[in-house]
Design a protein around this ligand. Sequence first.
Ligand SMILES: Nc1ncnc2c1ncn2[C@@H]1O[C@H](COP(=O)(O)OP(=O)(O)OP(=O)(O)O)[C@@H](O)[C@H]1O
Length: 208
Amino acid sequence: MNIGRPLLHIEKLNFAYPGEPPLLRDWSASIGPGVTQLFGDTGSGKSTLLRVMAGGLKVRGRLVLCGADLDTAREAYLQNLLYVDPGTDRFDQVTGHACTETLRAGDAGFDAARWQALVGTFNLAEHIAKPMYMLSTGSKRKVWLAAALASGRRLILLDEPTGGLDGPSVRALWASLGALAESADRAVVVASSERIERVPLAATIDLI
Ligand SMILES: Nc1ncnc2c1ncn2[C@@H]1O[C@H](COP(=O)(O)OP(=O)(O)OP(=O)(O)O)[C@@H](O)[C@H]1O
């Protein structure tokens, strides 16, 4: 387990979808280095909370990532994180390569050798030049995961990352997350409705 300085501070968040009961009520947390699991049943709000952390939903409260306040330094905040909504159609019309270029833009710490190795392990070589709309759900997810796992950004947000993945890819994912679990200055938040037992967790956030 890593005990390090928190990278993401979350203070008194309040959020409700229009016409729905609140999902977050004065909710605060700190995310430190290593792997943190966001755990909860279906519908408990895991995906919503990731979207909030990624600055994609308007909330009341405060989010500060590596000293950058989402409200007052939005660009600096977003520059430090990587998140792809698994339901997005944002990349459908571009190739896996172009998608990766977008996800690594401005990321000085992006590890191109690691990315190349992941493309091999994920069996993506024959798909990476195709438009994303042609890829299966699992292959699309692998393109995003390869970019995320090779990223040098300080906060990586993964929503049910094993969804649609074959066995070897799931093992490669856990191996990469196992290495990130040792990190002293980078955080990964993994939303999952199943308890993670394959990597040592820095923390678990239970959404009940
Ligand atoms: N765009 C939306 N508008 C209104 N309600 C929404 C919207 N997105 C999600 N919800 C509701 O918010 C609640 C939390 O959903 P969310 O997808 O965040 O949960 P989750 O824990 O990620 O679930 P799952 O494990 O099924 O992905 C659910 O009741 C859901 O129906």
